[in-house]
Structures are given as structure tokens and as C-alpha cells.
Design a protein around this ligand. Structure first.
Ligand SMILES: Nc1ncnc2c1ncn2[C@@H]1O[C@H](COP(=O)(O)OP(=O)(O)OP(=O)(O)O)[C@@H](O)[C@H]1O
Ligand SMILES: [Mg+2]
Length: 267
């Protein structure tokens, strides 16, 4: 394997607890190199899942956090000036296509549409990436796969993927895991007892019912892991919950009271 790409190999098995049949479905999708879209709320395991799959398939993983200032050049590459003149530097997408990595574009809707379209020729049967400035056409390496993540519900009409982009991907829905699985995850990741993790998950479940009734988003698995890690450090559970579960998701005093009350039911 090329040295440039070696550094992107996931060496240690990432801890990932499967939720349904997503591992088998992803493996099947990878076997035909189908571009995949992971949909789901923040903090529910999408990034961890791709890291785990890259490890399982033994493929390098190149992750790009997308934002609205990102240009096509940030993805495909650009000429740099150095002492000897100009030198081409592959962007992350070009690297992945050239050397055969899984390229994960996180929060792809944040990118402008003129940036997003550079992935089109890579995501249909051409599997090519034109480097227009350099005058090169990369034929994607057989191992290359494109994966994007997407938080449904956060988009405005102005900011959504075009149908012509969406329809190039298979999609897997992610959500918060079931009670028992989430308890295991929080126990493992947060370093607390199953009993504490169980209570944290129960608090989150109550809060998730308030989504759309004053809360924009539920308490995520990520937040529960944060809460657990403070408790594991000896912080009083009520304080830990206030800092990690309640304060971050709402500024509304009534909603904070309602969530604090849920916390005191369990701790
Ligand atoms: N199924 C799971 N197995 C193991 N850990 C999980 C799982 N789901 C969530 N986690 C834990 O939750 C944390 C947040 O998950 P992750 O970073 O993958 O979220 P995400 O869906 O990528 O969120 P975002 O959309 O904000 O990027 C992880 O660091 C991990 O500790
Ligand atoms: Mg993520």
C-alpha cells in the first residue's frame, strides 16, 4: 500500500455495537462499491460506524468535515507554491480515489451545491474524478468508496442535497439505539456501571419525547457518554446530568426545569 495512504488505516478495532442489520447491509453495499449515505440525528453513532466498517474491511478511511466555506478545490486539490515553483497537492477526495480509500464526507449538506457536484462523476458508473486545473482524470481505484452523512430535519429548503445527488447513494437510517443496547454503549464508553448507564438512558428517553414539543433535538448517545464520563470521575450524577444533558440542549428555563425534574426522578 502507498505510504501516503497508509496513515489512514484504522489500526485498532473501534468499539461499535451494531443496532440492527447495518453492518451486513454496509458490507454488501461496499462489495459493489455503492456510494452510501448515513442518515440520522447528531451523536447517534454514524461516524463511529464508518470507522468500524473501515477497520472491518481493512480499508483506509479519509474523513472530511464539510462546511459552507469549502470549495471544490478543498476536496479535489490545488497547486501550491513552494521554493521550486508550483506543485500539485491532491485534496482528500483525490487521495481517496487515487489510492483506494473510503472517503467520508461528514455533514455534506453544509457544503455549497457547486462543491457537492464534484462527487457526481465518482458516484455513477464512470467512477472518475476530473482534476480540471491539473488536466488529469483519475480513474477511481477499485477499493474506493464514497460515504456521506446527513442529518435529516436540519435542512432548510435552501440547504438540502439535490435529488441528482441524493439518488446516487444507497442510504442507511441511524437512530438512537434501543434501551438495552444504548445502556451497553454508555457503560462501555463512559466507564460507569450498567445501573448508572440504565438511568442515563432512561433520562434521555424522557427528553426524546419532548422533541418537537419545545426541544429541537433529543439527548444523544454522545451526550450520555459525556455524562457517564463525568460520573465515572466522581462528579455527583445530578451535576453531571445538568452539565452534559440539560444545559447544552436548551436555554428555555421551563424546559430546563422539566429536564432537571426528569434527572431527579432517577438520581
Ligand atoms: N452503536 C454505537 N456503538 C458504539 N458507540 C456508539 C454507538 N452509537 C453511539 N456511540 C457513542 O456515541 C458517540 C457519538 O457517536 P458519533 O460520533 O458516531 O455520532 P454521529 O452520528 O457521527 O454524530 P454527528 O452527526 O454529530 O457527527 C461515539 O463517540 C460513541 O461513544
Ligand atoms: Mg459524526
Amino acid at each position: 500500500m502507498n505510504d501516503v495512504i497508509k496513515q489512514y488505516i484504522v489500526e485498532k478495532e473501534p468499539y461499535y455495537h451494531s443496532v440492527t442489520d447495518e453492518v451486513a447491509l454496509y458490507e454488501a453495499a461496499y462489495s459493489v462499491r455503492m456510494p452510501m449515505m448515513l442518515k440520522g440525528p447528531t451523536g447517534c453513532g454514524k461516524t463511529r460506524f464508518v470507522e468500524y466498517m473501515a477497520w472491518k474491511l481493512q480499508k483506509p478511511l479519509i474523513t472530511v468535515a464539510c462546511n459552507e466555506d469549502m470549495t471544490a478545490s478543498d476536496l479535489v486539490g490545488r497547486f501550491l507554491l513552494d521554493a521550486n515553483g508550483t506543485r500539485w497537492q491532491d485534496g482528500p477526495l483525490a487521495l481517496a480515489a487515487r489510492y483506494g480509500a473510503i472517503c467520508y464526507l461528514d455533514e455534506v449538506v453544509e457544503a455549497r451545491q457547486d462543491t457537492t457536484v464534484v462527487i457526481h462523476p465518482l458516484t455513477d458508473n464512470r467512477r472518475v474524478l476530473p482534476l480540471e486545473k491539473k488536466g488529469e482524470l483519475i480513474n477511481a481505484h477499485p477499493d474506493f468508496q464514497l460515504v456521506i452523512s446527513y442529518n435529516p430535519g436540519y435542512q432548510s429548503l435552501m440547504k438540502d442535497l439535490k435529488q441528482s445527488t441524493k439518488q446516487r447513494f444507497g442510504a442507511l437510517d441511524f437512530n438512537y439505539p434501543s434501551h438495552d443496547i444504548e445502556t451497553e454503549i454508555v457503560t462501555h464508553e463512559g466507564g460507569v456501571s450498567a445501573d448508572i448507564a440504565d438511568k442515563l438512558v432512561s433520562i434521555a428517553e424522557r427528553a426524546r419525547n419532548l422533541k418537537g414539543h419545545g426541544l429541537d433535538e433529543g439527548i444523544s448517545t454522545r451526550m450520555l457518554v459525556y455524562g457517564a464520563s463525568l460520573i465515572a470521575k466522581g462528579v455527583d450524577p445530578k451535576d453531571a446530568c445538568r452539565v452534559t444533558l440539560v444545559r447544552p440542549i436548551t436555554d428555555d428555563p421551563d424546559m430546563r426545569d422539566a429536564l432537571d425534574a426528569a434527572v431527579t426522578t432517577f438520581f
